[in-house]
Design a protein around this ligand. Sequence first.
Ligand SMILES: [Fe+2]
Length: 205
Amino acid sequence: MPVRSWFPTQIYCEPLQPKGLARFNAELAEECRRLRDFDAAGRRWSKANYPGGYTSYASMNELHRFSSTFAQLETRLLRHVRAYARALELDLRGRTIQLTDCWVNIMPPAAAHSLHLHPLAFISGTYYVATPPGCPGLKFEDPRLDRFMAAPPKRADAKPAHRTHVTYPAEAGQVILFESWLRHEVATNRVEAERISISFNYNWS
Ligand SMILES: [Fe+2]
């Protein structure tokens, strides 16, 4: 075959751990809802910037430093982030990676999260805490989409890897990791229950 693929965009998706997820997620969900009740500044920020939903992104984004449940999540995430960094073949010898920010997102019915990326980080991701059946997944955009200019559209039956978007279903207990420059969004939640996730950023030194 004369055509070869280069410059892959790699996305990681794995369960956080093999067992005990239901109990851990119940604890996290309770803590996320308590945080929303407590975090008036976050609710104000969300009203202006995250319509219909709640995020602690701008108010309480170092939850792993203040909550033992979130610190446990940090411990459990580490092997996934290391595995992902290995898959990306990043040279982290003699370097350390740190979880810098970690925040809660609660999307009630009708909330959406528009297209964005995660500045000031190299690996970002989401852990799913509560995902009612039918809630929206995480939709990634081909990072070259803005350069396609005059290209014709892709065929409807194009291979998944050749399409301009891919959506990972949101499933409680799953960890999704991506490189922080990769733009993504969450469509409107059209089910009558809250979708809860925890997002995070990693940096290295
Ligand atoms: Fe995000």
